[in-house]
Write a protein that binds this ligand. Structure first.
Ligand code: AHR
Length: 510
């Protein structure tokens, strides 16, 4: 009797354990219902005069690791793996005290100026021309931010002329005299940065005031080069409404900045909750930008330049993970763990899911500050989010795929299995990103396609680490905790996605 009871209790226990260790989920993909292209510009990066983001990060003249331009060769090699098609510069909050004229011409004449925002002194050796050269080296488009706080609209217009001017005129000629006969052709220009923020050096915290100033900047900059496109500062919903109400004819992009935070006393998964909350923020921004017609009508010809072309889109021009574990006054130096890599993948999925309305995104920041790459004088190490950014970049140019899914919850409003999918431009390959956010449970997942017979799971890559708290460090540069494994595709459509893994599943059209 006792033995039978023991057997019964153990069976129940095992069953419970089994239920706890394996969850089930399903996804159905609809390749016939693809929508817009996932813009390559969603995989951009950002650098700022902040700590060693630029100096001592990507740029270190005189270092044995640098080339003749002072660009760190080891960093370039890693940045090329990330392959950002867009690079945002020079900031960030720093823009509010930035004077572009300090960073042009002969290097020995450039002034040393105090970095009143982040501390220290800037030697202005990595100025406009060096930035554009760096962009060329890594194959990225330059994306410049102008100072609306302590500089004038005319100075911004002169910067446009210096960069893009082709006439026989002062600023274009100055660029030529600095050794750059060809224009830099900078297309993307942001009007300020986080202008709603009160504590920093900005002075335009009122959205109406910001718009009044921004019109003046737009007019003078566009008169210099009518082909440039503007990113206007966003903030909360109320602010965004006013910006678009007043600026939509010239606003190609509304800027949104989103940093995932894990709260003052984080536990495993806090950061995922923060990322998940961004879905709502983006939905609200999407509904606003998409309420404006693609074509601007009633444009006053006396402006002497054309209005925006194409729909208003979101520029997620600062996104990333800013956990409380960072060091320094503003927690900006982060030792990212594998948990943060999972959050990055979850974030990328959200970006892809909203990619019809997000026109560009730049991860903040590329090196040393909230970054996937950490450097010191003797080399570098990549952090766990690096592998995620690198892998997602590969699907750029495909079309977002509609999918429906069922997943157990990890917490309230947080799915355990997070998904996004893209169909290649030749319509032959579906890439499904499946992120298992659970720290200890695998998920048995059935992958279905609307037109099932025609699609076969051909290839699976698993990104994972031994534990969610695994990290890489500059002290052990050769160690990478991220494991990339090839998983044998299943015979049918059921597969098991291990705890805390990212599965990149390729389905091929037969
Ligand atoms: O990326 C660090 C800082 O975060 C940027 O300077 C600012 O724009 C944001 O608040």
């Amino acid at each position: 009797m006792f033995m039978r009871r023991l057997f019964f209790i153990s069976a129940i226990l095992l069953l419970t354990l089994n239920i706890q260790s394996q969850q089930t989920a399903s996804v159905t993909l609809f390749p016939e219902k693809t929508t817009n292209k996932v813009s390559p510009l969603l995989f951009g990066q950002f650098i700022e005069f902040l700590g060693t983001s630029i100096n001592g990060g990507i740029f270190e003249p005189g270092s044995p690791l640098s080339d003749e331009n002072g660009f760190r060769k080891d960093v370039i090699e890693k940045v090329r793996e990330l392959d950002p098609p867009l690079l945002r510069y020079p900031a960030g909050t720093y823009i509010k005290i930035f004077n572009w004229k300090n960073g042009i011409g002969p290097k020995e004449n450039r002034p040393r100026t105090r970095n009143l925002i982040w501390g220290g002194v800037e030697d202005n050796q990595f100025g406009t021309a060096e930035f554009v050269k760096y962009c060329k080296t890594i194959g990225a488009e330059p994306f410049l931010v102008v100072n609306m706080s302590t500089a004038s609209a005319m100075e911004a217009a002169e910067w446009v002329e210096y960069c893009n001017g082709t006439t026989d005129s002062y600023w274009a000629n100055l660029r030529r005299s600095h050794g750059y006969p060809d224009p830099f052709n900078v297309k993307y220009w942001a009007l300020g940065n986080e202008e709603a923020a009160e504590p920093d050096a900005g002075r335009l915290q009122d959205p109406v005031k910001y718009c009044e100033e921004a019109w003046q900047f737009v007019k003078l900059m566009k008169l210099q080069d009518p082909s440039i496109e503007f990113v206007l500062c966003g903030a909360d919903e109320k602010w965004n409404r006013i910006i678009l109400e007043k600026m939509s004819p010239v606003c190609s992009y509304l800027s949104v900045h989103l940093y995932a935070f894990d709260g003052p006393s984080p536990v495993y998964g806090s950061v995922f909750k923060s990322v998940a909350s961004f879905e709502e923020v983006l939905e609200s921004a999407v509904s606003l930008v998409s309420s404006y017609p693609e074509k601007v009508i009633d444009w006053n010809k006396w402006y002497r330049f054309p209005p925006r072309e194409g729909p208003v889109k979101i520029a997620l021009d600062e996104w990333g993970i800013w956990p409380s574990s960072g060091t320094g006054t503003y927690n900006l130096t982060i030792q990212y763990t594998w948990e943060h890599a999972l959050a990055t993948a979850q974030f990328m999925n959200i970006i892809i899911r909203h990619s019809d309305n997000i026109g560009m995104a730049t991860w903040a920041q590329m090196v040393n500050v909230l970054a996937p790459i950490l450097t010191d004088r003797s080399g570098l190490v990549t952090q766990p989010p690096f592998s995620i950014l690198r892998e997602y970049r590969k699907i750029a140019g495909g079309n977002r795929l509609k999918l429906v899914s069922e997943s157990p919850d990890l917490a309230s409003n947080l799915k355990m299995l997070d998904l996004s999918a893209v169909l290649s431009s030749d319509r032959r390959i579906i890439t499904l990103f499946a992120v298992n956010l659970s720290g200890d449970e695998e998920i048995r997942t059935s992958v279905n396609v609307e037109d099932r017979e025609k699609w076969l799971i051909k290839e699976i890559t698993e990104l994972n680490a031994k534990s969610v708290s695994a990290f890489n460090s500059l002290e052990q540069k050769k160690v990478d905790v991220v494991r990339t494994a090839v998983v044998k595709p299943p015979k049918g459509n059921n597969l098991t996605i291990p705890a805390h893994s990212v599965f990149i599943i390729k389905l091929v059209h037969q």
